[in-house]
Design a protein around this ligand. Structure first.
Ligand SMILES: Cc1cc2nc3c(=O)[nH]c(=O)nc-3n(C[C@H](O)[C@H](O)[C@H](O)COP(=O)(O)O)c2cc1C
Ligand SMILES: CC(C)CC(=O)C(=O)O
Length: 389
């Protein structure tokens, strides 16, 4: 019998018989405010912030909220199985932790704690290129648990080649290449506080520990850390890249490659033609293009363009189990969640991240059951209506 994630609900109630209540709220939309109270506006501002006036982040939420579930009755949901296969890998549920860099601004155990939480709950951890902990150290914290690597595609080919070799050697099985961040967007919350973690050397661990990166420096990192930071800023992304450049990645990575940040169906078609394995429909949680299409509004057209040639994953705005239901009903195979687990980490370390995963999946399991489904595979567009469409 598959695990029933919904059992977390009764675990909480039964613990309550001895006077215990959850350390963190089970409505995950409350985490941002709590984290800000606990950690102050600087770091939380970086995590919570988005591009421009925040219209894309708001649109992400509105597009999910506007879609309403139409539950079905009497369909035997007694035994349920949330497991799915994504990129040829069996997953216990259609959820992975999104790549979120610079996590040491939230908690000293940073990515290692988040990765351990993902491993404990069995969901894939996607490590950011801009992590505050070197990839080998995070991999070690995870044992043989499922891990994927997110690539910021550097200007310097040798650094990219070196990252791919290191990630492979450290057991990362899939590569997510983020395409929506060739430049850092206009982010007023960070600008108004003049706060950017990278300038303080946070989020540079993979680079500073990399022989190919070090080869580009006049002096070792510890002798001139400011020069190392400026070298990172100048090379971590490359606005000059075009579609034919993907060949280099295909040649240097033999596992699945997924393009993150796809919103237009033609870009999904190009991804398939370029031999990619999947896409993440994402607007980077509203952090890049202000005024962008909401990720959930872009999803159906990308799913149609992808056909059976690409795996389609989804992120940007997922906060609840019913959001996962909606993304899957619109055609995503799985979702990634970003900020909520970063807040969980900030509030309670590894346990906080595990709390976020368990809440999301318990609520998804219950939403699935209460709407007449025993498995993610039976979800489809008929399960939703769009208000005011
Ligand atoms: C603080 C922060 C750092 C992030 N760092 C990265 C990163 O290094 N690489 C990447 O591809 N996406 C990064 N993202 C974007 C996430 O992977 C994901 O697309 C986004 O958070 C999803 O939206 P959500 O936060 O609403 O769940 C970051 C997001 C946040 C909030
Ligand atoms: C700009 C990156 C290095 C980090 C990131 O993706 C983000 O802050 O959204």
């Amino acid at each position: 019998m598959a695990k029933h994630w919904a059992d977390f609900q009764y675990e909480i109630y039964l613990n309550g018989m001895t006077g215990a209540v959850p350390r963190l709220p089970t409505d995950l939309t409350r985490l941002e405010e709590l984290t800000e109270q606990r950690l102050g506006p600087g770091p939380v501002g970086y995590v919570a912030g988005s591009a421009g006036s925040g219209s894309t982040a708001r649109a992400n939420r509105a597009a999910l909220d506007r879609r309403r579930i139409v539950p079905r009755m009497l369909r035997d949901v007694h035994e349920r199985d949330l497991s799915v296969e994504v990129l040829g890998r069996p997953l216990p549920a259609p959820l992975a932790l999104a790549p979120v860099g610079v996590l040491s601004i939230m908690h000293p155990d940073a990515e290692s704690a988040a990765a351990r939480a993902a491993a404990a709950q069995g969901v894939p951890y996607i490590l950011s290129s801009a992590s505050s902990t070197p990839m080998e150290q995070v991999a070690e914290a995870m044992g043989d648990a499922e891990r994927w690597f997110q690539l910021y595609w550097a200007k310097d080919r040798e650094v990219t080649r070196s990252f791919l070799n290191r990630a492979k050697a450290a057991g990362f099985t899939a590569l997510l290449v983020t395409l929506d961040t060739p430049l850092l967007a206009w982010r007023p919350r960070d600008l108004d506080q003049a706060y950017l973690p990278f300038l303080h050397g946070v989020g540079t661990a993979n680079y500073f520990s990399d022989p190919a990166f070090q080869a580009g420096l006049a002096k070792p990192v510890h002798e001139d850390p400011n020069a190392a930071v400026m070298h990172f800023v100048g090379m971590f992304a490359d606005p000059g890249k075009t579609w034919p450049d993907l060949e280099f990645l295909r040649e240097n990575w033999d596992g699945p490659i997924v393009l993150k940040g796809i919103l237009h169906p033609d870009d999904a078609r190009r991804a398939a033609s370029a031999g990619m394995d999947g896409v993440v429909v994402s607007n980077h949680g509203g952090r890049q293009v202000a005024g962008s299409v909401a990720a959930a509004d872009a999803l159906p057209r990308v799913v149609e363009a992808a056909g059976d040639r690409l795996s389609v994953l989804f992120d940007s705005g997922v906060r609840t189990g019913d959001d996962i239901f909606k993304a899957l009903a619109l055609g995503a195979e799985a979702v990634l969640v970003g900020r909520p687990y970063a807040y969980g980490l900030g509030l309670d370390g590894q346990a906080g991240v595990e709390h976020v995963i368990r809440c999301l999946l318990a609520e998804f399991d219950l939403t699935l059951a209460l709407s007449g489904h025993a498995r993610p595979a039976t979800l489809g567009p008929d399960d939703l209506i769009e208000e005011n469409a």
